[in-house]
Design a protein around this ligand. Structure first.
Ligand code: PMP
Length: 383
């Protein structure tokens, strides 16, 4: 039993900001046999055999040594891939770590309790105002990062079809062109909607602070905006090996951008922030990209098939450029569907946020998993 006295004392040891914090809600990771896991956008296909062999070959006495602190080999290979310099790249323990580092690096926390954006009168001249800005719905980690840091937030709604408001439309809204940092998930999550490089460029051009284009799902899209990170000094592109490259377990993500911003991020990261086996797996991945390109095509084909089948069953399916689809299910409420599907051993994601409550996000699995999902949906509809 907990001692009430020590509980009170311990609570006084914790910062008020942390007491108030609502942590990020991550997707369930149950290890139940036979469960079809379509809830956290993992890749249904394993890493390439070459990646598995490289990781296995590295598991020996070398585990006692520290890995490269800068992920040097990996950064050089990534630089070659993206036609830039290793100085333009930082690797993180998943891209989540880098999103958190960017928050600490580019945004001043607001002092005291009030983290609502205030008028920018107290912002040092010429410096972007200290707000973290993002569209809603998008990645639900962004507001949590802002809260952890004690930063002010500005959340602005996407259009009802999840498209980006134009710059002219943003001018009429409470969008801040002087936000210290703006996160844009592209393709968007959880809607799956893709954005064109042209419209992203227009947005980047008018922002005064840092813009992070979070391209976690971009390998399943028609376009990517990497060239903006190499063109504009205030734009960073976030990528990850988690989803498209089947490496969630290894936690490797990276940012590409101007060397000044990247150098600033390097200054504040942990010394050995990327584990050695992760670095080895990511390097081996880059040596076998053809294997992954075949997987992307397969996942895209399954996405289109699943979208058609669910539409036939009465689901409203939003067009997707990612490895998941957002759907509005018929008849029952979305959270009831989640429950019913779980009974059929199919796990999907439901977010308890007002703007997405009526939808389910479904990860694109392999064709057998997709067929099982459709079968389960049919069964639920038949009651
Ligand atoms: N951005 C978005 C939009 C995501 O959905 C995720 C995965 N939850 C991430 C970043 C982080 O990916 P990771 O840390 O696995 O690289």
């Amino acid at each position: 039993m907990t001692n009430p006295q020590s509980a009170i004392r311990n609570s006084q040891l914790i910062r008020p900001l942390v007491h108030r914090l609502h942590p990020y809600v991550y997707g369930e990771q149950p290890k139940i046999k036979g469960l079809i896991k379509l809830n956290t956008n993992e890749n249904p296909y394993p890493p390439s055999p070459k990646v598995l062999a490289a990781v296995k070959a590295a598991v020996d006495g070398r585990l006692r040594l520290y890995p490269s602190p800068t992920a040097q080999v990996l950064r050089e290979k990534l630089a070659k891939l993206h036609r830039c310099h290793a100085d333009n790249i930082i690797v993180g323990n998943g891209s989540d770590e880098l999103l958190a580092l960017a928050t600490r690096c580019f945004v001043e926390p607001v002092l005291g309790r009030d983290t609502r954006p205030r008028v920018s009168a107290d912002a040092p001249a010429g410096r972007p105002y200290q707000i973290i800005q993002y569209f809603t719905p998008s990645y639900s980690l962004y507001p949590v990062l802002a809260d952890i840091h004690g930063a002010a937030k500005n959340a602005v709604a996407l259009k009802p079809d999840f498209s980006l408001p134009t710059v002219a439309e943003l001018r009429g809204r409470d969008w801040r062109f002087d936000a210290a940092m703006t996160f844009v998930t592209t393709p968007n999550a959880p809607s799956g909607r893709g954005y064109s490089t042209k419209e992203l460029a227009l947005l980047c051009r008018v922002q005064r602070g840092v813009v992070v284009l979070d391209e976690t799902y971009v390998d399943f899209a028609e376009e990517n905006a990497m060239r903006l990170a190499l063109k504009y000094p205030h734009v960073l592109v976030a990528r990850t090996f988690s989803k498209a490259y089947s490496l969630c377990f290894q936690r490797v993500g990276y940012f590409v951008g101007h060397r000044d911003l990247i150098a600033a991020l390097h200054k504040i990261r942990d010394s050995y922030n990327v584990n050695g086996l992760g670095q080895i797996a990511a390097v081996a991945t880059l040596g076998d990209l053809r294997y992954y390109h075949a997987n992307f095509r397969e996942i895209i084909a399954t996405r289109e098939w699943l979208s058609r089948e669910l539409t036939k069953l009465g689901f409203r399916v939003f067009p997707s450029q990612s490895n998941f689809i957002l759907v509005q299910p018929p008849r029952l409420a979305a959270h009831e569907w989640q429950h019913e599907l779980r009974k059929c051993k199919v796990l999907v994601r439901w977010f308890n946020f007002p703007e997405v409550k009526k939808y389910l996000r479904i990860t694109i699995g392999n064709p057998v998993e997709a067929k099982t999902l459709v079968k389960a949906a049919r069964k639920i509809l038949m009651g």
